[in-house]
Design a protein around this ligand. Structure first.
Ligand code: MG
Length: 300
């Protein structure tokens, strides 16, 4: 099952995408099947757990469920305004760590022993097709990072590795847009990572049952059509169960939480010479089996 959140005159609606790129409006169809209030985005559906998926399947079976052309919809981020910050993992691909050390003139270091966590504010989240501001006053070194993101589907604290995937609802794409100079200047990464509208997310969420628990997916970023990042999600240092096990220690994960799992090599600041994003640049973050998340850098 593949889900989108899209904009209608009365606000956000949740949709189920079929193989022909037709979208069933689950929000509109829900009241005929369930007395519970209709989900309006992917986080609402994640909260409903297996019952939500059962109602979704029931709606999909009904021949007269309203269908819309995916291409005609204005997509929102799958979770347009998350309840909490987007959790992120830094330096989770060895080739990206190596390029970062090289770019800063630093000697090779041992791989991290624990995942490095940071967050992006809910105000950073934007949809496929939205613009990302250049933030000219804040940064001269705006950069991109394609990442596989997971949406949490079940609450849990101190989640053991063996049970971690039971807490995943599905997968989407994140672009962890970063002000590199801010990231370095402020010691902690939060300032450089959490500029407004710096977290494109989407375009769809693919349910975990479709992709499976050990995703080995091609992951790529193109800037103005030029291939910059090209790797596989199986090359993460800390896999998704390890990330969930460590992040949930002493801190409950909630349905609708988002975790971006790190980026492979090929980011702009590590190129020779380094490259920064500018107004008009088109970022296309692609992950096999999910789709392409495209956003253009705009003037402030
Ligand atoms: Mg990142």
């Amino acid at each position: 099952m593949k889900f989108v959140t899209f904009s209608m005159t009365d606000g956000a609606h949740l949709g189920l995408v079929d193989a022909d790129h037709q979208v069933i409006d689950l929000t509109a169809a829900w009241p005929a099947v369930s007395a519970a209030s209709a989900p309006r985005d992917v986080a609402d559906l994640a909260v409903l757990g297996t019952e939500g998926l059962a109602i979704t399947a029931e709606i999909a079976k009904v021949a007269n469920a309203r269908r819309l052309d995916l291409a005609s919809l204005t997509l929102l981020a799958p979770v347009p305004r998350p309840a909490r910050n987007v959790f992120c993992v830094g330096r989770n691909y060895k080739d990206h760590i190596d390029e970062g050390l090289r770019a800063q003139g630093l000697a090779p270091k041992p791989l991290p022993e624990a995942p490095e966590f940071f967050t992006k504010s809910p105000a950073a989240v934007v949809a496929h097709g939205d613009t990302v501001p250049v933030h000219a006053k804040a940064t001269k070194r705006l950069d991109y990072e394609v990442e596989l993101a997971v949406i949490i589907g079940r609450r849990g604290i101190d989640i053991p590795r063996a049970e971690a995937m039971d807490h995943v609802f599905g997968y989407t794409i994140a672009n962890d847009v970063t002000g590199r100079d801010l990231q370095r200047r402020h010691g902690q990464w939060f300032k450089g990572k959490s500029l407004d509208r710096s977290c494109p997310l989407g375009p769809v969420v693919v349910h975990r049952s479709v992709i499976g628990d050990t995703p080995d997916l091609a992951i790529r970023m193109r800037i103005n059509g030029e291939l910059r990042q090209d790797s596989r999600t199986s090359r993460m240092i800390f896999d998704i169960p390890a990330i969930i096990e460590q992040l949930s220690l002493g801190m409950a994960l909630e349905p609708g939480d988002i975790i971006a799992t790190g980026t492979p090599s090929g980011v702009g600041y590590a190129m020779e010479p380094p490259r920064a994003l500018g107004v008009g640049d088109r970022m296309e973050a692609e992950i096999e089996g999910i789709g392409t998340l495209a956003n253009v850098i705009a003037a402030d």
